[in-house]
Structure formats: C-alpha cells, structure tokens
Design a protein around this ligand. Structure first.
Ligand code: SF4
Length: 338
C-alpha cells in the first residue's frame, strides 16, 4: 500500500483530519512522525538555519524522522492563503523548497499549493494533480476531499466545545470516545498563540497542562465564535492580513470583554516576525484583563515558565478575592482600575 507521511508540526494541528481522510479514501496509508521530543527539536536545529523560528525547526525535526521511515511520499503543502485576501506566514510558503534543498534525496514531496487569496482554482488544480498520484478518478478525488473537509469540521466542533486542537485530533481518532474530564478550577485563563506552538506540548512546555494543574480553567482561541472575533479584529485601524494574527487579535479582544475570563496569556515564539507585532498589538489593546506575554525558544526551561504562571495565577486569585488589584501593571498598563 502506498504510504504518505505527515509531519506532526505546523499545519498538522489545523488540518490533519482533512489530509488523513483524503489519502485514506484514495487508498493510501498515512503515517505520522512521533510527538515532538527533545530529539525532534535537536534534529530540527541541525537541519535549519539559526534564524528560523522554533515551530519551523520542530517541523524539520519531524520531516527528518519521516525521511528515516522512507514513506512513498511526504506531505509538505505550500500554504500561502486559506481565505480571501489574507495570508499565512511567508515561512510556510518556502517549506517544500527548504526540505528539498536540505535533503535532495528525500522521498517525493506532495507540495500541494494552497492559495485561496483570490480564488480556489489553483487549489482545485492541485487537489486533482495530487489525487492523480493515487490513480483516483476525478469523481473519487472530489469525494475524498469533500469527506476530508467534513471530518475537519467534525474535529472543529470539539475545539468549539473547549478542547484544544490536539485534544480534538485525539478525540477524532478515537471517534469521540473518552473525552477528558475538566479538573476543578477557580479561575479562568484565556490562552493565545499560533496553534502549532501552543498545542505542541514540547514547544509550549505544556503551558495549558500547567495552567490546569494550577487550578485554572483554560479557554482556547478556537472556542471563540468566528463572527465575534472577526467583528473585534475589524476594529483595528488597519486590517490585519495574516489569517492567524487576525484570529489571535480578535480572540484577545473577545476574551477581554468576556466576564468568564480572569486573565489572558499569549505564547509567542522568539524569532517570529508576526508574533513580535501581534503580541504588541494585543498587549496594547487588552485593557480590562491582566495580560502576560510568554516568549519561548529552544533554550527555554520549564522552571522559568512555572514561576511566571504561578505568579500570574496568584495575582488573578488575589484580584478575584479583593475585587481589584492595584499597582500591578502588566507590560506597562494597569491591570485593573476603579
Ligand atoms: S508565524 Fe511565526 S511562528 Fe509561525 S511560522 Fe511564521 S515565523 Fe514561525
């Protein structure tokens, strides 16, 4: 059976059910790399230039593992845009070229181009081209892709119910069985960041698990309704043309108004151009909730993160008990004032 390898990084956290279903329906077996470990990060560092952000390095670590497994193909989409007049970070665009330059003898790449910035003609051409690799008829390729889209929507229902995309992927693979129970919590923290860093436990240093262990209910940006966050993001003086950046700013503003949420944490990656701008915009625009920006790279340690999260949670609890918290100014602003 033809094998397609899907690296467990970048778009995996958003689109895995789509591509797994698509290839399975066309008769291929899908294999993935293992969950990110220190070894993955080290292999990624060895195979990328220093200037790359951590998620790209990690992605290359996953590709390196898949190359050792020698599948027939490796899926490495060229993601440019997933919606009209908005774009994904340019680093995604060069992924297939960087892989080929780094591993000239790697298995053939499925470098489907996803560019919906003007229309979807290119995408459909590429879907039929890729489907043709598996000898599918046009009808079966279309059916497989539509089935993939339905499965992706099914996974997103769980993210809207409060599960992280990684948890939703696990639920999707187990057909929705054994949903994790939420532990007791007395404060609620909204978490923001790019999905491939926030939901990869090794990159985020298990930020969400740590918050939960500290007694927080964690709200992910995926649970914000699309129309609400678009409405809030549209209040910016200029349209944010990065799809993920706009989602983060919009969700931050929705969380800022939500009575349920006590504080907001933003996980940013060192070396990320969009994060350096989006993080700053969020820090300036969030006015009603304590906000903390956590920047990580491949050298970040868990100890420092735990200390910052504990201090943040302690401050939220004090604020909740006292009704206000004066003179605690996150990032230059008063957290709360009367
Ligand atoms: S948005 Fe930032 S973290 Fe994501 S790929 Fe681009 S540079 Fe890396």
């Amino acid at each position: 059976m033809t094998q397609v390898g899907i690296p467990r990084g970048l778009f995996y956290f958003y689109q895995y059910p789509l591509w797994k279903t698509f290839f399975n329906d066309l008769g291929a077996e899908v294999i993935t790399s293992s969950p990110t470990s220190r070894k993955t990060i080290d292999h990624g560092i060895e195979n990328t230039v220093d200037e790359c952000c951590l998620p790209i390095k990690v992605y290359f670590g996953h590709v390196s593992e898949l190359i050792e497994k020698q599948p027939d193909y490796i899926l490495a989409p060229r993601l440019i845009s997933t919606e009209m007049r908005s774009y994904i970070c340019p680093k995604f665009m060069g992924v297939p070229d960087m892989i080929r330059a780094n591993w000239p003898d790697c298995p053939p790449l499925i470098d489907i181009t996803v560019d919906c910035s003007r229309d979807t003609r290119q995408l459909w051409r590429d879907i039929y081209r890729v489907g043709g690799l598996f000898n599918g008829s046009k009808k079966s390729i279309l059916a497989a892709y539509e089935h993939g889209l339905r499965e992706m929507k099914r996974m997103r229902v769980w993210t809207r119910q409060g599960y992280s995309p990684l948890e939703a992927i696990e639920l999707w693979e187990k057909h929705g069985e054994a949903a994790a129970e939420s532990p007791d919590s007395d404060i609620c923290v909204g978490v923001l960041g790019h999905g491939y860093s926030l939901y990869d436990p090794a990159i985020s240093l298990q930020l969400t698990d740590k918050l939960r262990q500290m007694g927080c209910k964690v709200v992910f940006l995926e649970s914000c309704l699309r129309e609400h966050l678009e409405e809030e993001a549209a209040r910016l003086p200029k349209k944010m043309f990065w799809t993920l950046g706009r989602k983060i700013v919009g969700s931050a503003l929705v969380m800022d108004k939500s009575p349920e949420i006590d504080g907001i944490v933003y996980l940013a990656c060192f070396g990320c151009g969009p994060d350096s701008m989006v993080g700053d915009i969020v820090a300036r625009k969030v006015r009603h909730k304590p906000f903390m920006l956590v920047t990580i790279d491949e050298h970040s340690g868990e100890g420092g993160l735990v200390t910052r999260l504990e201090a943040f949670c302690d401050m939220l609890r004090r604020k909740k008990v006292q009704g206000f918290e004066s003179d605690l100014s996150p990032y230059g602003f008063h957290a709360h004032s009367h």
